[in-house]
Design a protein around this ligand. Sequence first.
Ligand SMILES: Cc1ncc(C[n+]2csc(CCOP(=O)(O)OP(=O)(O)O)c2C)c(N)n1
Length: 319
Amino acid sequence: MNKELYSQFYKTMFKIRTFEKRIEEFSMKGEVPGFVHLYIGEEAIATGVCANLTKNDYIQSTHRGHGHTIAKGAKVDKMMAELFGKRTGYCKGKGGSMHIADFSVGMLGANGIVGGGFTLATGAALAEKIKGTNNVSVVFFGDGASNRGTFHEALNMASVWKLPVVFVCENNEWASTTPYLTTTSVKDISDRAVGYGIPGVIVDGNDVEKVYEESAKAIERARKGEGPSIVEMKTYRIKGHFVGDPEMYRTKDEVKERFELTDPIRRFKEKVLLEGVLSENEINKMEEEIIKEIDDAVKFAMESPFPSEEELFEDLYVD
Ligand SMILES: Cc1ncc(C[n+]2csc(CCOP(=O)(O)OP(=O)(O)O)c2C)c(N)n1
């Protein structure tokens, strides 16, 4: 076992969870403007996938994008400021939760349009192929998004041109208020790979090691020029669709039961402690450092100014 890698897994997952909990708290208080979709319970996916990527590789995220952004190496203070609508944020406070991007770390952007990322990620992969690099592009998407036309267009083109793009499905069983099986023609979204002549695999998306290992294979295949794959991560959406969702469509018991079974952080922590890879002390120290980093980010966001009225129309158009 690689202690450094396992520490990185724990730190990233814990950082995402801590960030999300603080955002939930402030969002409930009305201090975070706009809709916020939390990634709690799905941390292992972004963490395991992004651990295989370099800064030169790209990711394209979704409306539920804070976890991907953190895992790809973005700064939590600039993220927090963006969520609070402050001028020091990634989009100068004018984008909010669903529009955070950081090109300096290869994070092409969250996206408020469900299924909006497929063609962008495929385009980025095409650009890398034309430039002759061995960089790859990864697109995260939900089960609901796999029913959009853009999914099928992008997969076909990526397959025909053997583009270095990996399609990572986060099947959390819900698309907003809809259980995915009532709107999706297949139980396993990875089965759709057959239609495009590419590999499709199913992974326990709550097991960060499995996520890391299986996505490594698809990423390696893309890097070698062998084309795209679908990697379907089975997980469960622990929180409401958005913060404040009354969740009339499922019971609290169902959610509690599933979280007890699947919580990727608890599972990983128990495993590394049992196997002696990390000690209780080491974990506590990592947690303390991360809590401080997130507290500092909150302070930075709160103390930052809002954009002024004069700035309202700035950055809307390229000069
Ligand atoms: C094109 C488009 N249609 C509908 C919506 C409204 N909407 C936002 S999130 C969502 C559900 C997405 O479900 P899924 O892709 O499974 O992702 P999850 O929320 O489960 O992570 C919908 C319908 C939207 N933002 N964009």
